[in-house]
Design a protein around this ligand. Structure first.
Ligand code: ASP
Ligand code: MG
Length: 417
């Protein structure tokens, strides 16, 4: 069997969903299809949540209405008989309204997962109904019943063994050749919905591939494949046809938006190749990530990780940075969900660059109890793999650089945005 994943951009319009039907109709293999929320639905649901958490029910419902209208517009354009689509999603919107009207917004992270997870529930219901209406038999699955995670709300980790038992039972391909499930969502053992982190649908696809021993996983994207740089930021980008898992981990860690960093491990563990393929040109090969390649990447790769914060901590008593303070600092960062993108230490200080997030102030507070803390926000981290002077000059000249790190092959520049 194979796993296909379609991201938010692929399902943002009726045309996109028709294209999925076209791609899927030509596949002979058993398929597990993972789908994200439509377009910018997750962002929109985050606003529904914000208002709900402020106990502002009218505005929360108003925002939800906008989400509903967006989906109904797509349904009206997609189905000859729109009732097939609206009937599929009406219960989900009713559940959401019920939660907003009757829920008490106590814990942010828990409520995030409870509400925001509906984006994927709704998108998959529409895709499943449309495929069925187009004569493509399929079975819709609720990943909140199949993918068991820990209770680390908003960034849950999948419990592989329990999930495998459930998933194999539900998707055994005896009655169906195609299963459709949500990316990004699962539930803890008690059944409380969880999410796997923003852009986590790639991770779902990889986990499903691992658990069902897929022959391959394909992520369909609105780009030609994996490029050596983000074409929205850099000129003259080129396609990288083959990468190793190690290359991919390095790229994802440096901030390449192309795949979620957690995606690689479940695939590497079972040596399952990952294809990144162009949604608009399904006959093109795109890129493949696998264990080895005969064609090492020879062109420079540029990756920009935005919205960075440089945090520097010093022991209060002017003692040297010893193992103890190192481990203390990293324990605090880890506990506060800081995503570290770079580490540097000297005799008396430790500097890290992290992604800015809503947990930053908590982390700074807690670090402040133990250390003297300085920080700078509004930074971006440029990683250049395969450096040469020309590229470094072109990308960093005239920029204010707060920190540089160089190895033989890789240069990293933390700069003001
Ligand atoms: N819908 C989620 C997000 O936008 C997950 C995903 O798209 O992968 O973050
Ligand atoms: Mg998305």
């Amino acid at each position: 069997m194979k796993v296909y994943k379609f991201g938010g951009a692929s399902v943002r319009s009726a045309e996109g969903i028709r294209n999925i039907a076209k791609i899927v109709s030509g596949v002979k293999d058993d398929l597990f299809i993972v789908v994200s929320a439509m377009g910018k639905t997750t962002n929109a649901m985050e606003i529904v949540l914000e208002e709900f958490m402020k106990a502002n029910r009218p505005d929360s419902l108003k925002k939800l209405k906008e989400v509903e209208t967006y989906h109904y517009e797509i349904i009206n354009e997609l189905f000859a008989n729109p009732a097939l689509g609206t009937n599929a999603v009406a219960s989900s919107f009713n559940e959401l309204k019920d939660l907003i009207n009757n829920g008490i917004g106590d814990e942010y992270d828990r409520w995030y997962d409870r509400l925001v997870s509906y984006g994927e529930v709704i998108s998959t219901k529409i895709v499943a109904a449309y495929l069925l209406d187009s004569g493509i038999q399929n079975t819709w699955l609720d990943m909140r019943k199949l993918l068991v995670t820990d209770s680390n709300f908003r960034e849950a980790n999948v419990r592989m063994d329990e999930s495998q038992t459930r998933l194999k039972l539900a998707a055994d391909f005896s009655k169906s050749k195609i299963y459709i499930g949500q990316g990004f969502i699962g539930a803890n053992i008690k059944g409380d919905p969880t999410t796997l982190g923003r852009e986590g649908s790639d991770y779902t696809a990889a986990v499903v591939g691992n658990l069902l021993n897929a022959e391959s996983v394909s992520i369909w994207k609105d780009v030609p494949g994996i490029l050596n740089a983000d074409p929205r930021i850099f000129e003259n980008t080129v396609l990288i046809p083959e990468l190793t898992y190690l290359d991919a981990v390095e790229l994802a860690f440096s901030g390449a938006q192309i795949i979620h960093p957690k995606t690689i491990k479940p695939l590497e563990n079972k040596q399952i190749p990952l294809y990144v393929r162009p949604f608009g040109n399904p006959t093109e090969a795109g890129s493949v990530i696998k264990s080895t390649t005969d064609n090492p990447i020879e062109i420079p790769v540029l990756i920009l990780r935005k919205n960075q914060v440089l945090i520097t901590v010093r022991p209060r008593d002017f003692s040297f940075v010893l193992e103890e303070s190192l481990s203390k600092a990293f324990a605090i960062l880890n506990k506060n969900r800081m995503k570290i993108s770079l580490i540097q230490s000297s005799a008396i200080s430790i500097s890290v660059s992290v992604d800015n997030s809503r947990y930053l102030s908590g982390a700074l507070d807690e670090l402040g109890n133990e250390f003297k803390v300085n920080y700078n926000t509004g930074l971006e981290l440029l990683t250049i793999r395969g450096m040469n002077t020309e590229i470094v000059n072109k990308t960093t000249l005239g920029r204010e650089i707060l920190l540089t790190q160089k190895t033989r092959r890789i240069g990293r520049f933390l700069m003001r945005e």
